[in-house]
Ligand binder design. Structure first.
Ligand code: PLP
Length: 347
């Protein structure tokens, strides 16, 4: 819980940390907007949205903030080829493929699943961006991902390429910076809007966004608890993953932050049938948010997290007043491949 007595003067900033290289690739700052009609309906804390879905049109979402750091590192190391991985409709892979094209880098994606007859959503954009794509059955991908990444790297290296591997979701020591620095922006947003939110909520899929936010609020003296709503696996898995990303970040950059002071909190219970699979209530929530506020969520990440946030709000987890902030992490291209679940809109 936020501690009202915390003295901001003693909050460590990151001036003593080793500064990472960064590229400016996202459209920043993104807007912070109040959802007035939904807030009124739920009659609890006011609900604000940080519109990171507006970080770029085809770059939309949270990954571009992290990739500003991962790709800067790749260039700093003189790499000409980037290898990354994810699901067939990975937003991270789509942003990586497009940014590699923009920067003149080769991109090779290892995707979980089989090649569809015709590509849709993020996968279509991967193809347009000219990424090389290898498809692996889910079971093999799960078992052998590290070996497959290494194998692919070696095959490029043997052709004289210099390879940089970006792990799932760019959630690693380097990618953590993306949402640490997003907190500098949030701090300004809050000052500008005259609010002091007590809770910040995001979807958690590989943990890097939550890790960055958790360290960032502390580093920038924002008195809010960060909550990740997991969209796969479970609470224990993500508490461990987020803490492990934070330890790697601290070890690599000597941040000076006391990691014990950070509060890693996961809200479990909204995964539904599984990763990228949602129940009807999620599709109805997505349609409702679009019709009520013009806010378009997705069934893989933000729809589940937004639904979970509203459910927890109703149960009183975020108190009865004040302000809360939902981080809209993007995902719109993942909506279209699941169009058949919106058939209820035609009746
Ligand atoms: C990747 C992703 C997330 C989850 O972020 P992580 O840093 O991987 O936990 C949330 N929303 C969208 C739309 C994403 O693409």
């Amino acid at each position: 819980m936020p501690d009202e007595s915390q003295n901001h003067a003693t909050t460590p900033n990151l001036a003593s940390a080793i500064q990472p290289p960064r590229l400016h690739l996202a459209q920043l700052p993104t807007p912070l907007q109040l959802l007035s009609r939904l807030s009124e309906r739920f009659n609890g804390p006011r609900i604000w949205v940080k519109r990171d879905d507006l970080s770029g049109s085809v770059l939309t979402g949270n990954k571009v903030r992290k990739l500003e750091y991962n790709l800067a590192q790749a260039l700093a190391e003189g790499c000409d080829t980037v290898i990354s991985c994810g699901g067939l409709q990975s937003n991270h892979c789509r942003a990586t493929a497009l940014l590699c094209a923009q920067l003149g880098l080769n991109c090779h994606l290892l995707l979980r699943g089989s090649a569809p007859a015709s590509a849709d959503g993020n996968l279509l954009l991967d193809q347009l961006a000219g990424a090389r794509i290898s498809y692996y059955p889910a079971s093999q991908y799960q078992r052998e991902l590290d070996a497959l990444l290494l194998e692919t790297k070696q095959s490029y290296a043997s052709q004289g390429c210099k390879v940089f591997i970006i792990p799932t979701g760019a959630s690693d020591a380097i990618g953590v910076w993306g949402y640490v620095q997003a907190c500098a922006e949030l701090k300004q947003d809050f000052e500008h809007c005259g609010i002091n939110p007590q809770h910040i909520i995001c979807a958690t899929g590989s943990g890097g966004t939550q890790a960055g936010l958790t360290a960032g609020v502390y580093a920038y003296g924002i008195n809010a608890q960060v909550w990740g709503v997991n969209v796969c696996d479970d609470e224990a898995w993500f508490v461990n993953k987020v803490n492990s990303d934070l330890r790697d970040w601290d070890a690599r950059y000597q941040t000076g932050i006391k990691l014990e002071s950070l509060s890693v909190k996961v809200i479990d219970g909204y995964v539904g049938p599984g990763y990228a699979q949602a129940d009807t209530e999620i599709f109805r929530c997505i349609a409702d948010a679009a019709a009520t506020e013009g806010l378009v969520l997705d069934p893989v990440y933000t729809g589940k997290a937004f639904f979970g946030m509203l459910d927890q709000l109703q149960q009183g987890r975020f108190g009865s007043g004040g302000d809360i902030v939902f981080i809209h992490t993007g995902g719109v291209y993942g909506l279209f491949p699941q169009r058949s679940h919106f058939d209820f809109l035609n009746h």
